[in-house]
Design a protein around this ligand. Structure first.
Ligand SMILES: O=C(O)C(=O)C[C@]1(C(=O)O)C=C[C@@H](O)C=C1
Length: 180
């Protein structure tokens, strides 16, 4: 039995996996995020809170950039993906506001607290999404990323039974996952 020289052993341990990593967990977390948009919309509907909150977006993207640097992910990559995630969230919020305005009987009866209840859920999702961005770093740069992402999208949309609004939002949310 020959033992590997230390340097080669280190490479063997730290080298990226040879096979592409599944994009399903990343897509799954993104789907969870567009579903949490229902709670965000419920927290805001019928209040003076606007759908667009640039200060919160800046705070979120600054956090994402700082955490990415610490994780060894290029911050511009994760910031770009999170910008899409935010847009996806707004797609749902706008869609639900329109639906609830047209059909007040469908509006939620309860109003969750945005700060205390809903944003902490989004913050936990941020960490899980960053972990997936990190895990898929190599896969996202491969030519097969697009087709893999498409398959993951179809599977997750079906499994989570996403309606047209959430399906469209999910597509928006993962639109720049590949190629980074
Ligand atoms: O936290 C909010 O107020 C949200 O509406 C969520 C969210 C996001 O996706 O993170 C989306 C839109 C806002 O501009 C800010 C943040």
């Amino acid at each position: 039995m020959h033992s590997l020289p230390a340097a080669a052993a280190a490479v063997a341990i730290t080298a990226a996996p040879a096979h592409p990593v599944s994009l399903r967990p990343l897509t799954q977390v993104s789907a969870e995020r567009v579903l949490v948009a229902d709670k965000v919309a419920a927290a805001k509907f019928g209040t003076t809170l606007p759908i667009d909150d640039p200060a919160r977006e800046k705070q979120l993207l600054d956090t994402v950039a700082a955490k990415s640097a610490a994780l060894g992910i290029p911050p511009r990559t994760s910031v770009r993906i999170f910008r899409d995630q935010i847009e996806a969230n707004k797609v749902v919020q706008r869609g639900l506001f329109a639906r609830w305005t047209a059909h007040p009987d469908e509006a939620p009866k309860e109003r969750p607290d945005l700060q205390k209840e809903v944003r902490p859920i989004l913050d936990r999702i941020t960490d899980r999404l960053l972990a997936q961005i990190k895990a898929t770093q190599r896969t996202r740069g491969q030519a097969s990323c697009g087709p893999r992402l498409a398959v993951a999208y179809v599977k997750i949309s079906k499994r989570d039974q996403l309606d047209a609004l959430h399906g469209a939002a999910l597509l928006r949310g993962v639109s720049s996952v590949c190629g980074s």
